[in-house]
Write a protein that binds this ligand. Structure first.
Ligand code: B12
Length: 320
């Protein structure tokens, strides 16, 4: 398939990356970081690969790397980008299918992004995987990238592992890669003045990626997130809730047993912790959450994927 021509003028590239036109020109001239083609009108036109190299160079500069070295590192890394990266994105901000039509559903560009991400995971190629996540986040937005790319890829990784097509190493590689990326989206989630949420998985539960994704979306909707994460004993959750007095407490688990065990220990909590929990809205979620365990914990069961649930909670709160 032919690669579509680069379509950005330098001003647009500067606006998208936050790197000034002046600096972009210097990086192009001095380090050969950009490889524009000429439009019919003679303008230099830049593409997604140029954008990726600029973002990567800027990121390395922020980490303190000198400009020449950062540009050389980004250039070298970009040689390992998937060659069809340009084909996966359109100029109008959506992932595209093979005919260049915006792919808003599961067909076309979105499913090819998932496929390319799974391939990169299978090859232990972190650079390619992060580049694909860059494209997904940039063109679908954080919420849709999580719902349409990240979560389905985690599922498929599990299915491939269960079918013997992925090794445990590939599954671990995938979950660590995705964890790192979701964590990078969580850096500002406890800032602001919105309602406060405490997020945890019960003791014995290590699957926290759904919870992390939920927190990212809630944080972007203006909530303040305090993340306790995987394997949090009920007693320590209780004392955190006492200290923080949150509006919302979310307990999530993939398996039923950790939630059942948390419910078994509920009566052992000190009275002050029980009172603080009773003041908050408590939610149980994840594949292990049932109505029965929700009732035992005095909680509400929320079914659905992390993105939808976070969005609808935030909407409801806004309306209230
Ligand atoms: C990554 C992963 C791991 C990682 C977890 C890393 C991490 N930090 O999360 C590691 C390597 C630690 C791991 C370990 C294990 N895992 Co594992 N793991 C997975 C995998 C591949 C992805 C899990 C994931 O994040 N999925 C994404 C989430 C969001 O999808 P989901 O769980 O289906 O959730 C849906 C809803 O419930 C909801 N949701 C989920 N979380 C939340 C949270 C909130 C707040 C909300 C609102 C909604 C919500 O959204 C989803 C719908 O879109 C799955 C495969 C799979 N199919 O999911 C197996 C899987 C969950 N693991 C499994 C198993 C068996 C294990 C181990 C027991 C393996 C072992 N023998 O050691 C251990 C248990 C560890 C423990 N004590 O908890 C089984 C669970 C089967 C079961 N139900 O009992 C699965 C399904 C694999 C399989 N096909 O058999 N695992």
């Amino acid at each position: 398939m032919a690669t579509p021509p680069p379509t950005m003028r330098i001003g647009e590239l500067a606006a998208r990356t936050g790197v000034s036109v002046h600096v972009l020109r210097v990086w192009e001239r001095r380090y050969g970081l950009l490889t524009p083609s000429r439009s019919a009108g003679g303008y230099r036109m830049y593409g997604p690969q140029d954008e990726w190299r600029v973002r990567e160079t800027a990121r390395l500069r922020e980490e303190g790397m000198p400009a020449a070295q950062a540009a050389a590192t980004a250039l070298q890394a970009s040689r390992r980008l998937p060659p069809e990266l340009d084909d996966l994105v359109s100029t109008d901000g959506a992932a595209t299918d093979q005919d260049g039509q915006a792919g808003s559903d599961d067909d076309g560009g979105v499913s090819r992004l998932r496929e390319r991400l799974l391939q990169a995971i299978g090859e232990f190629d972190g650079t390619a995987a992060q580049a694909i996540l860059d494209v997904a986040l940039e063109h679908l937005g954080v919420e849709d990238a999580i719902a349409k790319i990240v979560m389905p890829v985690l599922h498929e990784t599990g299915d491939r592992w269960a079918a013997g097509r992925f090794t445990v190493a590939q599954e671990h590689f995938a979950s660590n890669l995705i964890r790192t990326r979701l964590s990078s989206l969580s850096l500002a989630w406890d800032a602001g003045t919105g309602p406060l949420a405490v997020l945890a998985c019960p003791s014995g539960e290590r699957h926290d990626l759904g919870l992390l994704a939920f927190g990212v979306v809630l944080g972007r909707a203006g909530w303040r997130v305090r993340y306790l994460g995987a394997d949090t004993p009920l007693s320590t959750l209780g004392s955190a809730v006492q200290t923080l007095e949150p509006d919302l407490v979310v307990l999530s688990a993939v398996r039923a047993q950790p939630l059942e065990e948390a419910a078994d220990h509920l009566a052992e909590l000190p009275e002050a912790a029980t009172t603080a929990l009773a003041r908050a809205q408590v939610i149980v979620a994840g594949a292990g959450a049932t109505r029965e365990v929700a009732d035992r914990l005095g909680a509400t069961l929320l079914e659905g994927d992390p993105v939808d649930v976070a969005r609808s909670l935030a909407d409801r709160r806004r309306q209230a």
